[in-house]
Every structure is written in C-alpha cells, then in structure tokens.
Design a protein around this ligand. Structure first.
Ligand code: 23J
Ligand code: MN
Length: 262
C-alpha cells in the first residue's frame, strides 16, 4: 500500500523542507518545578531525580542505565483533563485513554513576548487573541494555542519561577480567554513556556487556576514548560506531543516536537 501524503512527508523531512523543532527542555535535577503557595498545605510535586544503575562497570559491565523519579507535571509536560476536578467525569480523560488525535495537531502561536516582559503578571485577554486572529486568521478547531512569552529563556535563573513572598509572578490567561478558546474556537488545548499552564498568581484568580479549571472542564489538554516557540511561525506548524501511557495518569513529562515547513 502506498500513501503519497506520507511519502511526501518522509521526503520533506529528509530534504529539510520540513524542519523538526524541539519544544522540550532537558529533564535534569535542576529542572524547575511548580511551587504552590505553602500556606494552604497543598502536596508537593517531586523534582526530577536520577540515579545511575550501572555504567559499563561492576554493576553492569556492558550496559548503562538509570532510575529516575519525578512528578507527572515535571519539566516539559502534558496535562490531561483528569488532572482537574472539573475534568474528572469526562470519558477517556487520562494519559492512557485520551484519543490519539489529541497528540498531533496544528499550532497557533500567539506572541505576547513584549507584554510578558513589560508585566510578569500579564494575562492574555480575548481581545488580544482576537487581534492575533485579525492578523493571522481565525484559530481552527482542534488547534493547539501556544502562548509565546519567551519565558523559557529564563530557565536557569530565579526569574523563571519569579517567586516572591506572595508567590510566583509569571504570565497566564484571563478566564474569559480560556472560555473563548474552549467554547468559541474548540481548540485542543493550550501550551505555555511557563512552569504551568496558569499564571503564577492564578491561585487568586476567579475561578482559581482558570486555565486548568476551564480547559480541563471542557475536556481539553495542556502543555507546560515549552521552549523554542520563537522558532515557530504564527500559524502552520504541527505539534506532536504524546504523553507517557501511565494508567490513569494526570499528565507526564513529554518530548514535544513541532514540524515546520521551511
Ligand atoms: C496543580 C495545581 C496548580 C497548578 C498545577 C498543578 C500545574 O501547573 C500543572 O503542572 O498542572 S498551576
Ligand atoms: Mn501540569
């Protein structure tokens, strides 16, 4: 059997007319992890931890391998609808049961770099998204909407989590924007460069953590801690982001790739 679409894809990848962009950060002990406000006594997510089993030595003369552990929401990762209480009653809402078409789809990249630099608590509004649409066309159903903030460039510095006495200060979304994207545009989900899909101050938004609450309530997904969004066009890239198939997983570290036509 032959399929010219797939043959064309393979040839385009080989010739470089379709480029593969890595949207993932490296998983390492220094990988920044979400810190929720402590006064609530909320549980903590494990940072990435790795331990060598053997490296061509007495523990294994011909082989190198490691053990690792981390929270499901560590580093570049996928958020499944089951992650939030608003998404708990959907069917096929976990990493092992989500329909596979959630894992491959077109991307719309909304550049809020300047706004995020000017105000770390910048919240993307519906008007901001609509101004993007006026320039680039309407966001198609089943798109991934990616919030470009260039925040990933701060990884390695305290400015990435930007923790102050009152919590993190990183950009995110107005609740109405998530309602618009989920209901009016029927997107597949949103992706961000920050440590989680919500703003650093989202525990004080109404509803709290509106992106998690409303996206997962609408049975849609999230991608967090993305990087290299500056290498994507506003429209036309294809995202490949399958999470690990953890039984009833709420998410998982994920290698996220983008295909971009040159
Ligand atoms: C649990 C509670 C709040 C948040 C998160 C998780 C995440 O950002 C996440 O990684 O899903 S904001
Ligand atoms: Mn998450």
């Amino acid at each position: 059997m032959s399929n010219s679409v797939l043959t064309d894809l393979v040839q385009s990848l080989a010739s470089g007319s379709i480029k593969i962009v890595d949207l993932s950060g490296t998983l390492e002990p220094d990988t920044p992890t979400l810190q929720l406000p402590e006064e609530f006594g909320w549980g903590k997510s494990w940072p990435f931890h790795i331990e060598e089993i053997s490296r061509y030595n007495e523990k294994g003369p011909a082989w190198y391998w490691n053990n690792f552990k981390c929270g499901e929401h560590t580093g570049t990762h996928f958020d499944a609808p089951i992650h939030w209480v608003t998404g708990k009653d959907h069917e096929n809402h976990a990493t092992d049961t989500l329909p596979l078409d959630n894992f491959i789809g077109p991307a719309c990249v909304i550049d809020a770099t300047a706004e995020s630099a000017a105000d770390p608590d910048f919240l993307m509004t519906v008007e901001f998204v609509q101004a993007w649409e006026a320039q680039h066309g309407e966001i198609e159903p089943d798109s991934w909407v990616l919030f470009r903030s260039d925040w990933s460039k701060k990884i390695g510095s305290d400015d990435y989590l930007n923790m102050h006495d009152d919590g993190g200060h990183t950009p995110g979304w107005e609740p109405d924007t998530i309602i618009f994207l989920a209901e009016e545009r029927n997107v597949r989900g949103v992706g961000v460069e920050t440590v989680g899909t919500d703003a650093g101050q989202a525990s004080g938004q109404e509803p709290m953590f509106p992106c998690h609450n409303l996206m997962h309530g609408a049975n849609k997904c999230g991608l967090a801690s993305l990087k290299n969004l500056d290498q994507l066009p506003p429209k036309g890239a294809v995202i490949i982001a399958p999470p690990l198939k953890i039984r009833e997983g709420s998410g998982s570290p994920t290698r996220v790739l983008a295909l971009v036509a040159e």
